[in-house]
Design a protein around this ligand. Structure first.
Ligand SMILES: NC(=O)c1ccc[n+]([C@@H]2O[C@H](COP(=O)([O-])OP(=O)(O)OC[C@H]3O[C@@H](n4cnc5c(N)ncnc54)[C@H](O)[C@@H]3O)[C@@H](O)[C@H]2O)c1
Length: 391
């Protein structure tokens, strides 16, 4: 066997980029998709020349080796657990599950069955994330002492056609966006040991302004939308961490880390490429671009962006190729369920710590993901067919 047959469950907003990119990777053979709404599965299947199935058919099919779970967060556990129970490898969009105990059950179930469980985000494996990791490991900024991470915006209701889940328990900027920042920080610094946090809801009601059937509808906010935390890493590094959908404008870079010998600006962890900037002690910022690196070149623009926003690197499905290579070639599995579980525990600990005012110790731990060398990354990517890359 030189590839895994892939079936997607959940054919909503994010499914398009997966359906586009999966055929561009070695080790993946896109076969089928399913959704609880059969008509959206049929539409995506027709667009991408694959078979539409019901969820039960896809899970029962002997032809599917790997299930990609692109449902909404509250459905992640049920769909992933059912797929593991059906003997399939699973890659889940983030978060791994809404509930930490459910996340742990998924990891245990996969391990008990000898299956691979992967979890988004896989962005830290792109050119930008690999470049930052290499510079840290090469000692460019010395020992990492501290850092900052900021994701601040005014929410999701202006672009997502059905944004309700973002403002309910299981949503919020922590469970939705912190996985990118935490996975990147764990990749650079190692596991988190303890968190302190505070949170608030700045706007108790949101009105959908995205052009969609839900435009004008009101959403009652039931989860914190502004969360500030202090993360203490096992290495001793301390990172100030703020995720908010209550901020109109700000000037903070996504992630900065401060070392004994210099400072580093890490590219936006929501994307696969970008520039790393480093200083030697108090010297000027020196920019190193990942655009020439495998899986670092800008290749994608969001339809929601203004015309002057430049293209960015979007190689979603890289985590599936990483999982497939682990299954087929025995290479390390990097965007793994264990990493997803650690990130999930940190996120819940932040939310619980904010609710109780108490610091929370983190019980899960792991080694930093194995380095993905440039030649290995290049070897995973076949490239997009011309029609798709022009789209
Ligand atoms: N939209 C994005 O830009 C984006 C980016 C990165 C990650 N994600 C993640 O991807 C996931 C999906 O997000 P989305 O924006 O595509 O959501 P969405 O609401 O647009 O699509 C989710 C789809 O899953 C289907 N679904 C829900 N429960 C199901 C079930 N039990 N069985 C079968 N199908 C089910 C829905 O019918 C829907 O078509 C979320 O975990 C989100 O965090 C989204």
């Amino acid at each position: 066997m030189n590839s895994l047959n892939v079936g997607i469950i959940g054919c909503g907003n994010i499914s398009g980029i997966y359906l586009q990119n999966i055929p561009a990777y070695h080790g993946l053979n896109l076969r089928a998709c399913a959704d609880m709404r059969p008509e959206v599965a049929q539409a995506q299947a027709s667009r991408h020349g694959i078979e539409a199935m019901s969820v039960d058919q896809l899970l029962a099919s002997d032809e599917i080796d790997l299930v990609v779970n692109l449902t909404i967060p509250s459905a992640h556990f049920g769909v992933s657990f059912a797929a593991l129970s059906a003997g399939k490898h699973v890659f889940s969009e983030k978060p791994l599950a809404v509930d930490f105990e459910q996340g742990r059950r998924l990891v245990d179930e996969a391990e008990a069955r000898g299956l691979h469980l992967g979890s988004a985000p896989d962005t830290f494996l792109g050119g930008g994330g690999r470049l930052a990791r290499k510079l840290v490991d090469d000692g460019a900024i010395g020992r990492v002492l501290s850092g900052t991470a900021f994701l601040m915006s005014h929410g999701m209701e202006h672009w997502h056609p059905d944004p309700e889940f973002f403002f309910k328990p299981g949503g919020g900027p922590i469970l939705d966006m912190a996985p990118y920042y935490l996975s990147t920080l764990v990749n650079l610094i190692g596991p988190v040991k303890r968190v302190f946090a505070m949170s608030s809801i700045g706007f108790p009601e949101r009105i959908v302004t995205a052009e969609s059937p839900r435009k004008g509808q009101s959403i009652t906010v039931e989860t914190p939308t502004h969360v500030t935390a202090l993360l203490e890493f096992a290495s001793g590094a301390q990172v100030t961490f703020c995720m908010s959908w209550d901020v109109w404008k700000h000037s903070h870079p996504a992630i900065e880390i401060y070392g004994s010998e210099g400072s580093m600006r890490v590219p936006d962890p929501n994307f696969f490429g970008g520039q790393v900037e480093v200083t030697e002690r108090g010297g000027d910022w020196r920019a190193v671009d990942s655009g020439e690196m495998p899986l670092g070149a800008p290749n994608w623009r969001s339809p929601n962006w203004a015309a002057d926003v430049p293209a960015k690197a979007n190689y979603r499905a890289l985590g599936l190729a990483d999982l497939s290579s682990a299954v087929l070639n025995g290479t390390p599995h990097r965007s793994s369920g264990r990493l997803g579980l650690h990130v999930l525990e940190v996120m819940h600990s932040i939310l619980e710590g904010a609710a109780t005012g108490q610091p929370k110790a983190i019980t899960t731990t792991l080694e930093r993901p194995a380095i993905l060398e440039d030649n290995e990354a290049a070897g995973l990517w076949k490239g997009l067919p011309e029609a798709a890359s022009a789209a």
